[in-house]
Design a protein around this ligand. Sequence first.
Ligand SMILES: NC(=O)c1ccc[n+]([C@@H]2O[C@H](COP(=O)([O-])OP(=O)(O)OC[C@H]3O[C@@H](n4cnc5c(N)ncnc54)[C@H](OP(=O)(O)O)[C@@H]3O)[C@@H](O)[C@H]2O)c1
Length: 267
Amino acid sequence: MKFPHEVVVITGASSGIGAEMAVQLGRLGCKLALLARREDKLNEVAAKVEAAGGKALVLPCDVSDAAAVAQAMGKAVQAFGPIDCVIANAGVGQQLDKHDYAPETVERIFRINMLGMTNAFYAALPGMLERSRGHLVAVASLASYQGMPRDGGYAASKAAMRTHCEGLRIELRGSGVDVTCICPGFIRTPITDKNNFDMPFLLEVKPATRRMLRAIAKRRRVFNFPRRLWWLIKIGQRTPRWLYDWIIAGQESRVNAGRTQKRSTDI
Ligand SMILES: NC(=O)c1ccc[n+]([C@@H]2O[C@H](COP(=O)([O-])OP(=O)(O)OC[C@H]3O[C@@H](n4cnc5c(N)ncnc54)[C@H](OP(=O)(O)O)[C@@H]3O)[C@@H](O)[C@H]2O)c1
C-alpha cells in the first residue's frame, strides 16, 4: 500500500487500533508522533515502529487538555517538520446506569472522544491551511448511527464527532485539507475485551487497521465498515420504530439475563 503522508500524528497510540496503525505506518517509513497518557506503553509502540523502519516520537498527553495537545503538536513539528496527517483515534467507552447517573461519566466520554478530536484537529489546522495541504482523520464508530441501551454517552460522542467532521469537510473544501471520518464496527482490542454481549462480525485489529489505512490513503470522506454490519444498521434505520425497539429490547433482555446468570455464578 502507498501511503500519501510522511508526518503523521496519532492520538490514542498506546494500545489497540492506534498502536497497530503506528506499527503499520512505521513499516511504510512514516514519521510518527504518538500521543496518549501511558508513556510506558507509548515507548513500547515506539520501539516497534523504529524496528519496523519508521521514526517515532513519544508525546505523553491527555487529549482532553487543549494546551497539552497544542504543545505536543509543536514538538512534533520541531522534530519532524510540518504535519501531513492527524489521526484522532483516542477514545473511551463507558456504559451509563439508569439507577446511578453520574454526569462526570458523560462529561469524561465527551471530553476525550469529541473534544480530544477537535483539540488535535484545530492544533494542526493552521499549519495545514498555510501550506494548503493536510488530512484530518477521525476514528468515530458505527455506534454513531443508532441508539443502543446504556450506550448513549459513547454513541452520542461518536455521532458528535461524525457530524463535526461532515461540517468541517465542507468548510475546508478547496483548501487542500481533506477530512476523513472512519466508522468501524467491532474490533478486538482492550475496549471491546470488556464487552459482555455478542459483537457481530467482530474483526481482528491487524486487518481492520489495514482497511482503515487504505481508506485514509484514498482520502475517503466516510468509511463505514465492515459492510455487513453497516447494511444491518441501514436496514435498522429504515425499520419502523416500534419494530426496531422490539428487536433491540429483546436483545437487551437476553444480555441482562446473561448478566444475572453471570452474577449468580460469580457469587
Ligand atoms: N475496538 C472497537 O471495536 C472500536 C469500534 C469503533 C470505534 N472504536 C474507536 O477506536 C478508537 C481506538 O479504540 P481501541 O479499540 O483501539 O481501544 P483501546 O485499545 O482502549 O485504545 C484507546 C486509546 O485511547 C487512548 N486514550 C484514552 N483516553 C485518553 C486521553 N484522555 N488522552 C489521550 N489518550 C487517551 C488510550 O491511551 P491511554 O490510556 O494510554 O491514554 C488508548 O491508546 C476509539 O476512539 C474507539 O472509540 C473502536
